[in-house]
Ligand binder design. Structure first.
Ligand code: BGC
Length: 290
């Protein structure tokens, strides 16, 4: 087994991740970052990672306020400021109120991470319009609404070269399923395909305003959204047939990519999708066939 993991489905011992420990360069000082869906999974790791990179953090959540508070405490324990804001990203009024509150609190925002997302899986024949709409509304419309508010604030403020070369940075959370079709998940795959062109079109439109927009496309990451895919040894083995690098991704794998895209280290990168997937998009079935 790659990476020395003998029982990959077993929870990692406390403090031990089956990946190199995350290291964040402190390059986001003086910046405020809003992370949607930041109370669990990838969003939580991103909030903590951007905090470790020196940013103050707006932790958006829609349910489980206690979990959001816990993320805020962890950010504060690392010496940065944090605020939690409840908002449903699929609702225009909620998103506007969230940005107003965040900007009121920190003075401005420099980084927007459109992370909030969900799945409502069903075979096509059984998929209800509600399941379709819920996924499109949160995963796609939510990213549009937040990107629009972020661009409004970035353009209002303009560039402050002491802080960043860009007026603002947006990272959209996509998925390998912006590229890989996914039977039984047509709403989710359609939402992520939409995120790809939303991000690219936004990037094209706002580049002259010195705003960068990019996406991260995670593969199978160990979070609550896909627990059935990794929680038993059998499921994990089956998942690994899709992952050439032979380990599941951890939320910190995504957080480190996001931190780079939010920083001036990636200042010439816009309109890009960074796949962080252990090779899932490399057509692993062709390793022995074709
Ligand atoms: C989905 C997960 C899935 C992964 C790889 C993600 O975007 O949310 O449920 O395990 O893609 O298929």
């Amino acid at each position: 087994m790659a990476n020395g993991i003998t029982d990959p489905a077993a929870p990692a011992p406390p403090g031990v991740l089956p990946r190199p420990a995350p290291r964040y360069s402190v390059v986001l000082q003086g910046q405020a970052a809003l992370v949607t869906g930041a109370n669990s999974g990838i969003g939580k790791a991103v909030a903590l990672g951007l905090g470790a990179s020196g940013a103050d953090i707006v932790i958006n959540f829609v349910n489980n306020p206690e979990a959001a508070e816990e993320v805020a405490h962890q950010v504060e324990a690392g010496g940065k400021r944090a605020i939690t804001i409840k908002a449903d990203v699929s609702k225009e009024d909620d998103v506007k109120a969230m940005f107003a509150k965040a900007i009121g609190h920190f003075g401005t925002l420099h980084i927007c991470i459109n992370n909030a997302g969900l799945q409502r899986d069903a075979p096509l024949l059984d998929m209800t319009l509600e399941q379709w709409n819920t996924v499109i509304n949160v995963n796609l419309t939510g990213q549009f609404l937040c990107a629009r508010e972020a661009v409004r604030e970035f353009t209002r403020r303009g560039i402050d070269r002491e802080i960043s070369a860009a007026a603002g940075k947006i990272v959209f959370m996509s998925s390998v399923h912006q590229a890989i079709p996914w039977a039984g998940h047509v709403n989710y795959a359609a939402s992520k395909g939409g995120v790809m062109q939303l991000m690219r079109s936004v990037a094209q439109e706002v580049a002259p305003l010195a705003i960068r927009a990019n996406a991260v496309a995670p593969g199978a990451i160990r979070t609550p959204i896909n627990r059935p895919a990794w929680q038993t040894a059998e499921a994990y083995r089956s998942l690994m047939t899709l992952v050439p690098y032979e380990r599941i991704g951890e939320p910190e794998d995504i957080a480190q990519a996001v931190a780079w895209l939010a920083s001036d280290a990636s200042d010439y990168v816009t309109g890009a999708t960074l796949f962080v997937d252990g090779g899932m998009t490399l057509y692993p079935g062709f390793a022995t066939g074709g």
